[in-house]
Design a protein around this ligand. Structure first.
Ligand code: HEC
Ligand code: HEC
Length: 585
């Protein structure tokens, strides 16, 4: 750490370090070898200072954009997910996903004061600030909530004013001009909700054909909402042909008229435009951050292939430049001359000269660290180059290790024409045997076939397969929706009894709530297969749709319409109790 601290770092020492650093911007954090994982960035003071939130190291890097040097790096939290600047430029707002906090940092030029933490709903992943700086909005993933924080009262009086329930696990948000409406996108499925901020409620929740929404921006003239996402075609197969011609996974930029987005009764897709990114022989896997210049050019991060695309007005793709590994977020200088791109796995920022369409510099965020096995596996997981021609990655279907909730016709079950719902990998290490039919006895076998068969990529080396395995082993099940509610413990307990009385545990046995066997539960696929391995019920309320073909939209449908494995009819209160129990898993 800071040599002036003699290498001794205590909590108070750390605070002292931050304060002393705040006094003089010479700090040694960026000399310390560590994985940083830049995930969000904001420009301040015109185009002179760039602040970068680092996910893994929980630090903020400060870049002097003129010299393209790191001016400082400050440890502020545990796992940063997002960053914003108040309109007056005086405060940075960082979101700490692991600590469940919004961190408010007063700023003086390059200097940052010690952060003031504000507890928000657990698992915050994004933040937006009102145009007048009076409030900010923080979206929390598994808690499915938006926390509204009052910023106007000054640092001492910052407080949470409201929590708004969201209809899905959110990730990105965007405030619409006029500040009274906020668009929130699902982290996994193709869903967009619009929140009426004055009334504090969700005004619409509509489907967008697609999934994996990773970029939201307004068009140059403010009349359209730009959305980057993917479309998985369940009628295509994971054959070489369908991947080669881009039939299986489309990487897209969608332009939606803002008037439709605002009007809860409008058809979201009417007069919208869809741009397909990538070409045959050159896929554009996993599009992420998007921004537009005043002249209407569109700048896109292609996270899966390590590139940035610069398109002309109204066109999607355009010229492509190689940047560092997994570019996610990007921001433009106020004069539209430069684009700054966060390369999450490279731990660098690319500076792109938009006039020349060239990468002008790649700024390293500090001393690199040697990634461990699981870190290397994570990089492979998000790497579309593992697939034939870069069309898709594991992330394209198992978004952030979870599931996009869609069906894909992989050869995993031995046949085409039998699309199956993408399984969540959160908690996958404990749920063998794998695949819906339970035929896969080793997780590594499934990993290899995912690359070779599902993605038509080159066989993994032994080291790569081991790395991916190490990464999958780090994934844990999501907390059930019930964990965030002040739900009735007695109802859950009664639900547990119903679960046992109905003998659900014969096939979904605790603690993993699955089984090593396969069962015929009266459902069959298109090829007549009837034996399936029960999915684990840990975190089941965060998944859906349910069953191998996604036939049940909700858990209530699993028990109600589908009457799945009910030994005897449930009374209304038994059903409510069983649901409370399942939602708590
Ligand atoms: C085109 C979408 C798609 C892509 C890309 C994809 N998968 Fe899958 N994956 C699926 C589907 C669908 C299933 C279930 C298939 C079945 O069992 O028939 C599945 C199943 C799995 C399973 C078994 C899970 C369980 O609980 O049984 C693992 C593990 C897995 N995938 C890992 C990966 C990895 C690692 C990658 C990247 C190398 C990957 N997948 C890429 C769609 C995909
Ligand atoms: C005889 C074994 C068996 C019993 C008993 C059983 N299940 Fe299942 N369960 C399965 C199988 C197999 C599947 C997957 C079927 C499919 O998708 O085709 C499944 C799927 C589910 C799913 C959907 C999971 C997902 O991710 O799609 C839920 C929820 C579920 N079971 C809950 C229950 C509950 C609650 C009970 C008791 C009322 C129960 N199960 C009893 C075998 C069983």
């Amino acid at each position: 750490m800071n040599p002036r601290n003699g290498g001794v770092v205590t909590v108070s020492g750390l605070l002292a370090l931050l304060v002393c650093w705040a006094a003089a911007p010479t700090n040694a954090d960026n000399q310390r070898p560590q994985l940083r994982r830049p995930i969000a960035l904001v420009l301040a003071d015109g185009d002179t200072r760039l602040f970068v939130a680092n996910q893994r190291s929980g630090s903020i890097s400060v870049i002097d954009t003129k010299s393209r040097q790191i001016a400082a790096e400050v440890s502020v939290g545990r796992k940063l997910a997002a960053l914003a600047l108040t309109p007056d430029g005086t405060r940075l707002l960082a979101v700490d996903e692991e600590a469940g906090e919004l961190l408010v940092l007063r700023r003086h030029g390059l200097r940052l004061e010690t952060p003031v933490p504000i507890k928000v709903n657990p698992g915050p992943v994004s933040v937006q600030v009102a145009a007048d700086g009076s409030r900010c909005y923080v979206a929390s993933l598994w808690a499915r909530r938006l926390t509204v924080v009052d910023l106007a009262a000054g640092t001492s009086g910052l407080h949470v004013v409201q929590t708004i329930a969201l209809p899905f696990p959110p990730r990105l948000q965007l405030l619409l001009p006029g500040a009274s409406r906020l668009v929130v996108a699902s982290s996994f499925a193709g869903r967009l909700a619009v929140v009426d901020l004055a009334r504090g409620e969700v005004e619409s929740d509509r489907a967008l054909p697609g999934h994996n929404i990773r970029g939201l921006a307004l068009s140059a003239d403010g009349s359209r909402l730009l959305v980057t996402h993917q479309v998985l075609n369940r009628l295509a197969t994971t054959s070489r042909d369908d991947i080669h011609w881009g039939n299986l996974m489309n990487n897209c930029l969608r332009e939606l008229p803002l008037a439709n987005v605002r009007d809860p009764r409008a058809d979201l897709l009417k007069d919208s435009r869809l741009h397909y990114l990538g070409d045959v022989d050159r896929g554009a896997g996993d599009p992420a951050g998007v921004a537009t210049t005043r002249a209407g050019r569109v700048i896109l991060a292609l996270a899966g292939v390590g590139e940035v695309a610069i398109g002309g007005p109204g066109e999607g793709g355009g010229d492509r430049l190689a940047v560092g590994s997994r570019p996610t977020a990007l921001t433009l200088s106020p004069d539209d001359r430069w684009a700054y791109v966060a390369n999450t796995f490279a731990d660098t920022i690319s500076v792109i000269d938009l006039g020349k369409k060239q990468v002008a510099a790649e700024v390293a965020l500090g001393q690199p660290a040697e990634p461990g096995r699981a870190d290397r596996g994570e990089q492979l997981f998000y790497n579309a180059r593992l697939s034939h021609d870069g069309w898709l990655s594991c992330q394209s279907c198992h978004t952030d290790g979870h599931s996009n909730g869609l069906l894909a016709d992989t050869l995993s079950d031995g046949s085409y024409g039998t699309p199956k719902r993408v399984l969540s990998l959160l908690g996958v290490k404990d749920t063998g045997p794998w695949a819906w039919n339970g035929r896969v006895k080793e997780l590594e076998t499934q990993i290899r076939s995912s690359v070779q068969t599902t993605m038509q990529g080159r066989p993994l080396t032994a080291e790569q397969a081991g790395d991916l395995l190490a990464y999958l082993q780090t994934l844990t099940p999501p907390p059930g929706q019930g964990r965030f509610r002040a739900s009735d413990a007695k109802a859950r307990e009664r639900g547990r009894e119903v679960f046992h009385r109905q003998a659900c545990d014969n096939c979904h046995a605790p603690p993993t709530y699955t089984s090593t066997r396969t069962f015929d539960v009266g459902l069959s696929d298109e090829a007549g297969n009837q034996l399936f391995n029960p999915p684990s019920l840990r975190g089941v309320s965060q998944g859906g749709p349910y069953f191998h073909d996604g036939r049940a939209a909700t858990l209530a449908d699993v028990l109600g319409r589908e009457r799945h494995q009910l030994k005897h009819e449930l009374t209304a209160s038994e059903r409510a109790d069983l649901l409370a129990f399942l939602e708590d898993l």
